[in-house]
Design a protein around this ligand. Structure first.
Ligand SMILES: Cc1cc2nc3c(=O)[nH]c(=O)nc-3n(C[C@H](O)[C@H](O)[C@H](O)COP(=O)(O)OP(=O)(O)OC[C@H]3O[C@@H](n4cnc5c(N)ncnc54)[C@H](O)[C@@H]3O)c2cc1C
Length: 382
């Protein structure tokens, strides 16, 4: 098969690896607009067991990636000055660039060609292909130029976020909420290598406006955030990497392919970063698409692409729904921080997607469940 992939992110790279490993006669080219050593962002996290799908389906890659991950058994919620560690929420993280570099080496060794610095902006520019894979991320032109065919909806969420890093090495994945005179600031922060952490700042729209971020220079924005989180950063600086304020687009597609064109990863659907599943979903899409070809063969493209959507939709939709409920929890952060005690707030975080009930909180973190039962004895009633 002649396969052309646009985008060398986790989805495109992993799909290429799976297809080539299964059948080395496939001729696979990936077009990546960035140079080999440049990418946006700092580290990404995988929620607990997020790499388990790899262990089950692809132990070789699992063993290749896991030594490079930082892992923690718990997360910490900081409600102003009160720290509440929550057990039973394991996470692992890795620098995005490190993950991509590992995957580049992996696929190139298999014989896949990656063309770096190759920005492609039309299907015609890809030449003859049996299959075109749109793996070009959340703002995929393959999707936006064909929205009617894919049945795309994009729901722009109101909160603002900015993806920074810092030299401080945090010792747990932490969500820090600090009330200020203009509103609540939330930082999602975690170490992804010994001397670096991701430091993503999120605020409600009103807070963003009251702080004056719409008209603030990048350097002043960093200094403002450093002041808000001075107690957490302990003298460390915030690092920028083309960082700018954004809104999150919750993207969905009713149809995942047309003709010989198919979407995977963030191009197919975006899942809010607060559930730490974007990279995992992207790789699971790749795996599902590969399995569809393995089961249906490569000669019946239509059947394989239909199988991909049919088998991948149910598990993926579950996580996508949870991500969208999680987004809305952050959109109420001012009210939640203002009205809940630290224990209630941590409990609210744990149960925010509706997938964790009181019995599950008790199982994961008996201490938090007991502290919450003291305030709300009714939840402990049989
Ligand atoms: C602020 C933020 C924080 C995040 N945090 C996490 C996290 O903690 N955990 C997690 O799992 N996920 C996180 N994610 C999401 C994660 O980065 C994505 O879900 C994941 O990278 C999706 O993989 P992908 O391969 O679909 O797309 P991407 O990783 O976006 O890769 C797409 C690639 O396509 C290339 N490309 C785009 N257009 C073209 C073109 N015209 N021609 C050629 N190449 C092109 C891009 O340069 C890019 O390399 C976060 C995302 C954001 C925005």
């Amino acid at each position: 098969m002649r396969i052309r992939i646009v985008g060398a992110g986790p989805a495109g790279l992993y799909f290429a690896a799976l297809m080539k490993r299964h059948d080395p006669s496939h001729e696979i080219t990936i077009h990546e607009r960035n140079p080999r050593d440049a990418t946006w962002g700092f580290g990404v996290v995988f929620s607990d067991r997020a790499l388990e799908f790899l262990r089950a389906d692809d132990e070789a890659l699992y063993r290749y990636l896991t030594p490079h991950l930082e892992t923690w058994p718990e997360i910490t919620i900081v409600h102003n000055d009160t720290r509440i560690p929550i057990a039973g929420n394991g996470f692992s993280s890795i620098g995005r660039l490190e993950l991509l570099t590992l995957l580049y080496a992996y696929v190139e060794k298999l014989g896949v060609k990656i063309l770096f610095g190759s920005e492609v902006n039309s299907l015609d520019a890809l030449g003859e292909a049996d299959l075109i894979v749109g793996a070009n991320g959340a703002f995929s032109w393959i999707r936006t130029q064909n929205e009617a065919k894919f049945g795309t909806t994009t729901d722009w969420r109101p909160n603002r976020f900015i993806w920074y890093g810092t030299t401080k090495a945090f010792d747990s994945l932490t969500l820090t909420f600090r009330a200020t005179d203009v509103g609540v600031f939330c930082a999602h922060h975690y170490r992804y290598k010994p001397d670096r952490s991701t430091f993503l700042v999120e605020v409600e729209e009103g807070t963003w406006k009251r702080a004056g971020f719409d008209a603030m220079a990048p350097g002043d924005t960093i200094r403002y955030c450093e002041r808000v989180f001075a107690k957490d950063l302990e003298g460390h600086t915030i690092l920028s990497n083309n960082s700018y304020w954004r809104n999150f687009p919750a993207v969905w597609n009713e149809r995942w392919s047309f003709d010989n064109v198919v979407l995977v990863g963030d191009a197919l659907r975006t899942a809010h970063f607060s559930i730490g599943s974007g990279t995992r979903l992207a790789m699971e899409d790749a795996l599902a698409l590969f399995k569809a070809f393995r089961e249906c063969g490569t000669s019946d493209l239509k059947a394989a692409l239909a199988r991909y959507q049919e088998t991948r939709l149910p598990p993926m939709k579950k996580i996508w729904d949870a991500a969208n409920v999680s987004i809305r929890w952050y959109e109420r952060m001012d009210a939640l921080v203002g009205t809940l005690t630290p224990v209630e707030f941590a409990y609210s975080y744990m149960t925010r997607t509706g997938r964790v009930d009181h019995a599950e909180v008790r199982r994961r973190d008996p201490q938090l469940a007991a502290a919450y039962e003291k305030l709300h004895p009714e939840v402990a009633a049989p």
